[in-house]
Ligand binder design. Structure first.
Ligand code: PRX
Length: 635
């Protein structure tokens, strides 16, 4: 097990040590794992290149650290508890021993399909145990997994399959989400028409609906597993060999394939899991995220299983069949640590406090949030009505690219403050810089959040595009990793995340690039151009507001066109990217060089007229028209 901090002075001591001697600090954490060959050097780095390598020459297999390391003690302990969408359906428990067997069998299946070290295997699955099994099986044979969230469209899936040049896709006949059935196989088939690299498709049976099957290409999971051998030798990996690719949105149109490697990611997710949640042996831990996002990778699968924890995996949604689904699950399994998003909390808050009031949830000890800033009202509701005033809340700030939690309280140890992510974890050196790159020291400062020293869990590159990695994270402020977030450090030295300052919006805790949504809108033949900004939304945190230029607009067509644009975006990206509001306009505010001045659009949707200097606009008269249109649309 990784070293565990248990007091505030212990945290302060570890933090100081991690700064004074970072390589000594991380070497000590890494020593708690099983390495087939030890590293020869802890760290090599240069943020200007940029290049980061941890545990150089170290050899290991991450699944050996999950299974072989724990099996002697934990064979009969539940590793995964799977709770289905429908509470009337039976749940499923996989002990460490059972999960180990399934992972080994599927690893052998993958080998029989010709998958080897370094090959990419994509998953487009609902939240079923096979998803976790497949990820670990891929890792066992040294291949690279790339999970695509099941809510993405065929186009979005195809783009990711092509970029990763995936050899095998694992999908399901369908998935359940509340009252809905999601036709995953049909969507996958559509994507596969444009994804020639995919040779085989493994299909998990979930809904048992009849689905199209392509002879020779498509294979049922169950058929393949029936005869698979129960042991598969783990492939020895270099610490810096890739573990997975996970696509996320950036400020330009194309999604970024964030690449995480084996050794550093293992050390970092396990260390942060144990310390942030203060997980104790025998606890039941429940992260309600989807494995399609980084939170599920790091804190449903890898972090907890590396620490020998019992991790609950939930297929459904918080509000179906009724808005007490989470509270039911917490009582059913005696959950001790619960981790979810501010969006889910706000959605449940809106349903009233009588729902959590009917559940004592006595087992709960720690609550967590992730993905977006949490507003004070939601924080207090979570604290008072879910935690019954006795559970600390860990507001964890991090990103797909950071691999694990970076700034967060340690549960029950760091004094919390609503809406504050509080203090950096050991080894993490946040720094605030102004727009000119000057570091702002001391208290009560606000600016761009950067990190000035590497940590083991950080992304090493963007798949196939190292130059873009450099541009996106290391160019705005040379020598620093730039997060894209604004931040404030208050009089106590506590950090409060203020949200994205680039062209990325955070909808329900999901990152979406405005350019990606604009490209989708612009595909409509009647649209000349568009600009998308985030606006404050009571449940989603940020909603999507689109200003759309339509040259030949006739008022009677407004609603029809709106609907068709919304449908178009859902088809091109997925339902998560649907605009909430669409305002048709005659033009967008532009500088002489033709750039859209989004600052103005952002002000308008925040009900502000504090535009600053607009003298560089070529069309200043458009601003009044935009404001008038905004008022007409939004009352
Ligand atoms: O803006 C920050 C916000 O989510 C972004 C990262 O999104 P993603 O890569 O999808 O990962 C989400 C799950 C780790 C960040 O740049 N964010 C994440 N956590 C918080 C947050 N904003 C405020 N408070 C948080 N706790």
């Amino acid at each position: 097990m990784v070293p565990k901090i248990s007091t505030l002075s212990g945290y302060l001591y570890e933090y100081q040590k991690s700064i004074a001697d970072p390589t000594g600090f991380w070497a000590r954490v890494a020593e708690s794992f099983y390495w087939r060959k030890p590293w020869t050097k802890v760290l090599d780095w240069d943020f200007h290149k940029p290049e980061v390598k941890w545990f150089i020459d170290g050899k290991l297999n991450i699944t050996e650290n999950i299974f072989e390391r724990h099996l002697f003690l934990r064979a009969k302990q539940p590793a995964l508890i799977w709770e289905p969408n429908n509470p009337k359906e039976p749940h499923r428990i996989l002990t460490y021993e059972e999960l180990y067997r399934e992972v080994n069998k599927f690893a052998n299946v993958l080998k029989s399909l010709g998958v080897g070290k370094g090959d990419r295997v994509a998953m487009y699955l609902p939240m079923v145990p096979q998803l976790a099994i497949a990820m670990l099986a891929v890792a066992r044979i040294g291949a690279i997994h790339s999970v695509v969230f099941g809510g993405f469209s065929a186009r979005a899936l195809a783009e990711r399959l092509q970029d990763a040049q995936a050899k095998v896709l694992i999908t399901a006949d369908g998935g359940y989400r509340g009252a809905k059935t999601i036709p995953l196989k049909q969507t996958a088939d559509e994507a596969l028409e444009q994804s020639p690299s995919v040779e085989k498709v493994v299909v998990v049976r979930r809904t048992a609906e009849k689905v199209p099957f392509v002879e020779g290409r498509d294979l049922w999971w169950d058929d393949l597993m029936k005869d698979a051998a129960e042991y598969c030798e783990p492939v020895e990996m270099d610490a810096e060999d890739p573990l997975f690719i996970l696509y996320t949105s950036g400020s330009t149109g194309k999604p970024k394939g964030v690449l995480h490697t084996t050794g550093g990611y293992m050390v970092y997710t396990a260390y942060t899991f144990r310390n942030v949640f203060q997980y104790r042996d025998g606890d039941v831990y429940f992260c309600a995220a989807d494995i399609g996002w980084i939170t599920g990778h790091s804190y449903i699968v890898y972090g907890p299983l590396l620490e020998g924890a019992t991790s609950v995996m939930f297929e459904g949604i918080p509000t179906w069949p009724a808005p007490d689904r989470y509270w039911q699950v917490i009582e059913k399994y005696g959950v001790n640590e619960f981790y979810t998003s501010p969006t889910a909390i706000r959605a449940l808050l809106a349903k009233g406090e009588s729902w959590p009031a009917s559940y004592e949830m006595k087992s709960l000890r720690v609550l967590g949030t992730v993905g977006e800033p949490i507003n004070e009202e939601a924080w207090h509701w979570y604290h008072d009505h879910v935690g019954k005033g006795r559970c600390p809340i860990v507001d964890t700030w991090w990103q797909t690219e950071t691999g694990g939690i970076m700034i967060s309280p340690l549960a029950g140890i760091t004094p919390t403050k609503p809406a504050y992510a509080t203090l950096p974890l050991p080894g993490i050196r946040p720094v605030i810089v102004d727009n000119d790159g000057n570091k702002l020291y001391g208290k009560n400062v606000e600016g761009n959040l950067c990190v000035e020293f590497p940590w083991p869990g950080m992304a090493r590159t963007l798949w196939g595009d190292h130059e873009r990695y450099k541009q996106a994270y290391f160019s705005a402020f040379p020598g620093l990793y730039f997060t894209g977030d604004g931040v404030k450090r208050d009089e106590d030295g506590y950090y409060r995340i203020l949200g994205r300052i680039d062209d990325v919006i955070n909808v329900s805790g999901h990152r979406l690039g405005t350019a990606e949504i604009e490209n989708a809108i612009n595909e409509h033949p009647l649209v000349a151009e568009s600009a998308v900004v985030g606006f404050p939304h009571p449940v989603k945190g940020q909603g999507i507001y689109a200003f759309v230029v339509v040259p030949d607009l006739r008022e009677e067509l407004d609603d029809e066109l709106r609907e068709s644009l919304v449908k178009g975006v859902a088809k091109i990206i997925g339902p998560i990217a649907k605009p909430d509001r669409i305002q048709f306009v005659n033009g967008l505010p532009k500088t002489r060089s033709g750039k859209i001045m989004r600052r103005i659009l952002r002000k308008i949707v925040h009900d502000s007229t504090d535009f600053g200097d607009i003298s560089t606009l070529t069309n200043p008269e458009i601003v009044d028209e935009l404001i008038a249109g905004y008022k007409a649309l939004n009352g």
